[in-house]
Design a protein around this ligand. Structure first.
Ligand code: PYC
Length: 333
C-alpha cells in the first residue's frame, strides 16, 4: 500500500443524512476565527473536500465535518463543514453527527444524562446537548445561531416557472422557502428530478437577480437551498423537500433549514417561543425544533432556534490517496 494522504474519519448518519466526521490527517487549518479557517480551507485545501466527498469515496449527496481546535475560549472543538457543494457556514445535521461521534468515541468527557459540547462553527457558537444513556448518544439538541427573515412574501421570475412566490430566511445558510404547489408539483419522490430542476432554477434566479448577503459573516452571500414546503404543512408539523445545489436533496430534515423555516413562521406570528415544531424530510425522518429566545442580527429581529434529532455511528475508516490514483479529487457524476 502506498498513500500520500491518510485521513481518519468516523462516519455517521443523522436521520438518514451522512456526516463523515474527520478526526485526523488534515492538520490545523490557518485562520484566527473558524470562518477565516473555512475561507482559507476553501482557498488552499479544497482538493481535500473533493477527495472525501466526491465519488468514489463519497457520493452525490455526501456531507462531512472536519474537527479543528477551537478559535474561541468558550468552545470545546472547532468544525469546518464540508459537502459536495462546498463548505457551509453551519450545518444542523452535521452538528448532530459531530456531537454524537464526540460522545461515542470518548473524545469528550461523557456525562449522563446530558453531555454539553460547545462548538466553534464558522457561523458562530453552537451548543450541543447530548442525551446519553448507558454510554449511548440517544439524541442531540443543538442551539443554533441567530436566525432571521431576509424577505417575506417576495416573488421571483423564473424561466419556465413564471412568477414564483417565496420567502428567504437565514438559519445558518440562506433558504428560499417555496410552497411546492406554487410550482405545480406534487410531494412525491417519483417527481424528484422535476422538483430538483425547479429548485436549481429558483436559486439561480435569486442569485442573479437578488442575492442575499449576511451582514456579519463574510462569504455568506448566495442561496444554494430551496425548501419546498409540502401540502398540508402547518406551523406545528411541516413536510418538505430540500433541494440543494448542485443537485441533491437533504435526506435529513435539515437543521439550518428548519431554523430558517421557524424564523419565517415566527415572523408571521404563527410560531410562539417554546413551542414544538416538527419538521419532516423528503424521506420522512423528523427533527423537532423550538424557538427559545429573541435577539437581533445587525438590527434585524432574529430568533434563537433549537433542533433535536438523532444520529448513529456507521463506520470508522482511514481514507487514502495512492499517488497513482487518476482521480485525486474524486469526481462528480
Ligand atoms: O442540516 O443544516 C443541515 C443541512 C444543511 C445541508 C444539509 N443539511
Amino acid at each position: 500500500m502506498r498513500s500520500s494522504r491518510v485521513i481518519s474519519a468516523v462516519d455517521s448518519h443523522t436521520e438518514g443524512m451522512p456526516t463523515r466526521v474527520v478526526t485526523g490527517g488534515v492538520g490545523v487549518i490557518r485562520g484566527e476565527t473558524m470562518n477565516d479557517k473555512r475561507l482559507n480551507f476553501i482557498a488552499e485545501h479544497d482538493e481535500l473536500r473533493k477527495l472525501l466527498m466526491n465519488e468514489p469515496r463519497g457520493h452525490a449527496a455526501m456531507s462531512g465535518a472536519i474537527l479543528q481546535p477551537a478559535t474561541r475560549p468558550d468552545a470545546d472543538f472547532g468544525v469546518i463543514y464540508i459537502e459536495v457543494s462546498g463548505c457551509l457556514p453551519m450545518c444542523g445535521h452535521g452538528t448532530i453527527g459531530v456531537a454524537t461521534v464526540l460522545v461515542e468515541t470518548g473524545m469528550v468527557t461523557v456525562e449522563e444524562p446530558v453531555t454539553t459540547i460547545r462548538l466553534d462553527t464558522p457561523a458562530g457558537l453552537v451548543t450541543a446537548r447530548v442525551a446519553v444513556r448507558d454510554g449511548h448518544a440517544d439524541s442531540v439538541t443543538i442551539q443554533n445561531v441567530p436566525s432571521y427573515v431576509e424577505r417575506l412574501d417576495a416573488t421571483i421570475e423564473v424561466p419556465g416557472l413564471g412568477s414564483v412566490p417565496y420567502s428567504l430566511a437565514f438559519g445558518g445558510n440562506f433558504y428560499a422557502l417555496v410552497e411546492l404547489a406554487d410550482v405545480g408539483l406534487p410531494f412525491d419522490r417519483s417527481r424528484q428530478q422535476d422538483i430538483l430542476q425547479a429548485g436549481l432554477a429558483i436559486m439561480e434566479q435569486i442569485n442573479q437577480q437578488a442575492p442575499p448577503k449576511h451582514p456579519t459573516i463574510e462569504g455568506v452571500d448566495h442561496c444554494h437551498h430551496v425548501e419546498f414546503i409540502g401540502p398540508g404543512s402547518t406551523a406545528a408539523h411541516s413536510r418538505h423537500a430540500m433541494a440543494i445545489y448542485p443537485g441533491w436533496f437533504d435526506r435529513s430534515p435539515c437543521g439550518t433549514g428548519t431554523s430558517a423555516r421557524m424564523a419565517e413562521l415566527a415572523a408571521r406570528g404563527q410560531l410562539p417561543l417554546d413551542t414544538d415544531f416538527v419538521n419532516e424530510s423528503f424521506i420522512g425522518s423528523r427533527f423537532v425544533g423550538r424557538l427559545v429566545g429573541e435577539t437581533e442580527v445587525a438590527g434585524t429581529p432574529a430568533v434563537i432556534p433549537t433542533i433535536t434529532g438523532r444520529a448513529w455511528v456507521t463506520g470508522v475508516g482511514d481514507y487514502l490517496l495512492d499517488p497513482s490514483d487518476p482521480f485525486p479529487s474524486g469526481f462528480e457524476f
